[in-house]
Ligand binder design. Structure first.
Ligand SMILES: Nc1nc2c(ncn2[C@@H]2O[C@H](COP(=O)(O)OP(=O)(O)OP(=O)(O)O)[C@@H](O)[C@H]2O)c(=O)[nH]1
Length: 807
């Protein structure tokens, strides 16, 4: 006990809520010197007082200390009903209210053992007899003292009588209020939860708790594991956000951090999306989208072991009337020519012939147009082309086209010089001409097989067919007859009685009667199959053309067909294709144009720039071809895939579209069909009058320096119906506006048979005798052209304006 703690009698009395006199009396009685109330007490004296008070305020149990409401007085069989009358003579007045924790409390504990032996008569250390219990008095007095020494004493000897619950309850009052509140709340919640539960048995309750624990654990684990997301090739920012379980704003923010400005509705590519997802802590895998097409159609490669040789499919091409149909007929030993209207082949058919036991399939085509249009649809039907050239006519424009179309398709050409029976036949001249197109005869050290024949007299056919077989063998054509059939629709029509009738060429696998097939946007079941000789078949292997009935719709020539296992899925795919076609019709296809040539070269999309050159004279076409091909550089090779004389035709556009080429015209114009088809297929058609301009523009385009200055906008066409020479006014063309309109301010060009004969300004535009600003389609008008009087009936006046393109 520190000497600094000086306690005076009155302070101690106050602490115990007693009178100073009572304390003084205790001291007077037990201590050596009597004390007045201001006297400082020694440690001994203090200990004495505490001992005295302790002895005189014994309680039976700890419960009594706190039991404000305690009403269970322990049965106190008192062996000594009045054990200490002397002590009782000093009754301790009842305490009101709690005293503040008195400093003496620790003193008592420390001092007690050091207490002098004197107070022995107060039996300070005797075991607390039950008789000492004074419930009423102890209740009051024990409180201040109870903070430490007494309250810890719990008599558990009479265990049966101890109400432990009550004890626990009472103990709660010992903990600080705050803690107590929390535990009370917890208890409340627990009880409420218990009440809510449908009073389960002990086992099930336990089980539930376990389950709950497990669930929380799993949630916790799930939270800690990185989120796994699958991202397709392209994904909208919003969709990515929902897959990442983030808000759109969070993803947009992350994108901005990566330097990508995109809104929630924008679509981003896989790489960007994956980066964002990884930044946001997700684990990314690429979503592999399995389309219906992939599920339905087996495009797996055949194993070498399954492949067997197949017969070649041959196309016969050539200029009009050079004898294509006659040749095919000669081969089939039948005469179709006489049965045809005007002797012109109407549509593609396919025939199969046996040459010394080896079958060859021939496609009878009215020229290379159908061939190219099929190719444009992705069908690679033919293996070999026979080019028919009439010995008395030589190389003609369509012969050149045929050569170039076959070359573009990368198929070998066998030349058949036909009509050798004719007096004017000059095969050497044709061989000579052919070298100009890269077809050098074998006799001259080249690779091209050239066979002189006469279709009419059936001469030379054997060697021609042998050449076909030989070429086919060189190509090692193979297919797997064991798989489901696939091939191309050669021709299809609607027959009144039989419904859609389709000629298909099986290219791989075997087509069987009863097979479900999908061809383009048509589905059906092969109800019956017949070959080119009208014989019924139950199955058709590779390179076999068959006519089938049973399609729901008429497919398009050139459509690819597949035998499939699931008809329902096939119908679904057809629906999807129809939808896609609709969407594609509204979105223009992406073809190479001079404007974006450079960017396409840079992106590696264009490695070869295909050009089709059409000019008014052969000399120009040749000159342009040579100059353009010289523009080739290491990044891009310029290849003129076709050059010819005359107006730009639909076939030119088709070839350009198929080969992703652009069309260059010199003093020529596209005919109407070509113009429409170019617009439809998005083929870039450029018209020039000077070779120099063309070369410059191409060069600039390849270097990405094409200045997009002006674009020609064609306003309309007027056909010249009559020509008047008027003195003073010059030549006036009486015209009929066919389409669009003619503006007084427009520029014009005069086109004669597809060739531009003049380009210049309008001198006058009149309706009757009045000058007008414009004349619309369907009206007649008089047109005078500045500095040009050589207008002829049948000429077409094309009106156009040059519009500046905003870069
Ligand atoms: N003298 C002779 N005439 C032939 C020969 N081959 C074909 N002809 C004739 O040439 C004409 C045209 O023959 P086609 O077989 O119709 O020619 P094509 O190339 O198929 O013609 P299109 O179908 O119009 O493209 C016919 O009158 C045939 O009789 C031949 O070897 N000798």
């Amino acid at each position: 006990m520190s000497s600094l703690n000086k306690y005076r009698v009155h302070e101690v009395a106050k602490d115990f809520n007693l009178g100073s006199k009572e304390i003084a009396d205790v001291l007077t009685e037990y201590a050596q010197s009597p004390k007045n109330h201001m006297q400082v007490l020694t440690d001994q004296e203090l200990a004495l007082i505490f001992e005295y008070l302790t002895q005189h305020n014994q309680i039976g149990s700890i419960e009594e200390i706190y039991a404000d409401t305690y009403t269970e007085p322990a049965p106190q069989p008192s062996p000594e009903p009045a054990p200490a009358p002397a002590q009782q003579s000093r009754p301790v007045p009842q305490q009101q209210g709690k005293p503040s924790a008195p400093a003496p409390a620790p003193v008592s504990a420390a001092a007690a053992p050091a207490a002098p032996a004197r107070p022995a008569e107060n039996k300070p250390f005797q075991p607390r007899p039950q008789a000492d219990k004074q419930p009423a008095a102890s209740q009051a007095v024990s409180r201040p003292a109870g903070t430490r020494p007494q309250t810890k004493i719990v008599d558990t000897r009479k265990t049966a009588a101890v109400n432990l619950d009550r004890y626990d309850e009472r103990l709660e009052t010992m903990v600080p209020d705050k803690v107590q509140n929390i535990s009370q709340k917890k208890e409340k919640i627990r009880r409420a939860a218990d009440q809510r539960r449908p009073a389960p048995g002990f086992g099930s309750k336990r089980r539930q708790e376990e389950q709950e624990k497990m669930r929380r654990l799993q949630l916790e684990i799930a939270k800690k594991q990185p989120l796994k997301v699958e991202i397709p090739d392209e994904i909208a920012v919003g969709e990515l956000a929902s897959r990442l379980k983030k808000t759109g704003a969070e993803v947009v923010r992350q994108l901005i951090k990566l330097g990508v400005m995109a809104s929630v509705s924008d679509v981003i590519d896989y790489d960007t999306a994956a980066l964002v997802a990884m930044e946001l802590g997700a684990k990314v895998t690429k979503e592999v989208v399995v389309t219906i097409e992939e599920r339905l159609i087996d495009v797996s490669a055949d194993s070498e072991a399954d492949l067997v040789p197949r017969s070649p499919v041959v196309v016969v091409m050539g200029h009009v009337d050079h004898g294509k149909t006659s040749l095919l007929d000669a081969i089939r030993k039948s005469d179709v020519v006489s049965g045809e209207a005007g002797g012109i082949t109407q549509h593609i058919g396919a025939y199969r012939v046996q040459i010394k036991g080896k079958p060859i399939t021939f496609l009878d085509t009215p020229g290379h147009e159908a061939f190219t249009s099929m190719r444009a649809r992705g069908a690679m039907v033919t293996d070999i082309a026979i080019l028919v050239v009439a010995a008395d006519d030589g190389i003609m424009p369509q012969t050149v086209e045929a050569i170039n179309h076959a070359k573009a398709a990368n198929i070998p050409i066998i030349v058949a010089i036909n009509k050798m029976d004719k007096p004017g036949a000059n095969p050497e001249r044709i061989k000579q001409q052919l070298t100009e197109y890269g077809l050098v005869s074998e006799e001259w050290g080249g690779e091209t097989i050239i066979c002189p024949i006469s279709a009419k007299l059936h001469q030379g056919l054997d060697s021609l067919l042998e050449a076909v077989v030989l070429t086919a063998e060189m190509r090692e054509l193979k297919a797997n007859p064991k798989r489901a059939a696939q091939g191309t629709v050669i021709e299809a029509r609607l027959d009144k009685g039989r419904g859609p009738v389709t000629t298909v060429l099986v290219q791989n696998g075997t087509l069987k009667q009863g097979d479900v097939i999908i061809a383009g946007k048509a589905v059906g079941r092969v109800r019956a199959m017949t070959d080119d000789k009208g014989e019924k078949l139950t199955q058709a292997g590779p390179s076999v053309p068959v006519e089938i009935i049973g399609m729901s719709e008429v497919p398009g020539a050139g459509d690819l067909f597949y035998a499939v296992a699931d008809e329902r899925m096939a119908r679904e795919l057809v629906m999807q294709r129809k939808e896609e076609e609709k969407a594609a019709a509204s979105a223009p296809s992406h073809k190479v144009t001079l404007e974006d040539l450079f960017s396409q070269i840079q992106q590696g999309e264009v490695k070869e720039l295909g050009i089709i050159v059409k000019a008014d004279v052969q000399g120009t076409a040749e000159a342009v071809k040579t100059s353009l091909e010289k523009l080739s550089n290491p990044e891009v090779r310029v290849r003129v895939i076709h050059s010819g004389v005359g107006a730009i035709s639909e076939s030119d556009i088709m070839l350009a579209s198929t080969s992703n080429a652009i069309v260059v015209g010199f003093n020529v114009r596209p005919d109407n069909a070509a113009r429409d088809s170019a617009a439809r297929a998005n083929v870039d058609v450029r018209m020039y009058r000077v070779i120099y301009d063309c070369i410059n523009e191409m060069e600039a385009a390849m270097k990405g320096m094409l200045s997009p200055k002006f674009k020609e906008n064609v306003l309309g066409h007027a056909q010249v119906r009559q020509v008047y020479k008027i003195t003073g006014a010059g030549t006036i063309a009486g015209c009929y506006v066919q389409d669009g309109k003619i503006l007084r301010a427009s520029q014009v060009r005069v086109v004669r048979d597809g060739i531009v004969v003049f380009e210049g300004e309008l001198a006058s535009l009149r309706r009757f005798k009045d000058d007008v600003k414009e004349v619309a389609a369907g009206y007649e008008c008089g047109i005078g052209i500045d500095k040009f009087s050589d207008i002829k009936e049948g000429d077409v006046i094309e009106a156009f304006v040059m519009e500046q393109i905003n870069a």
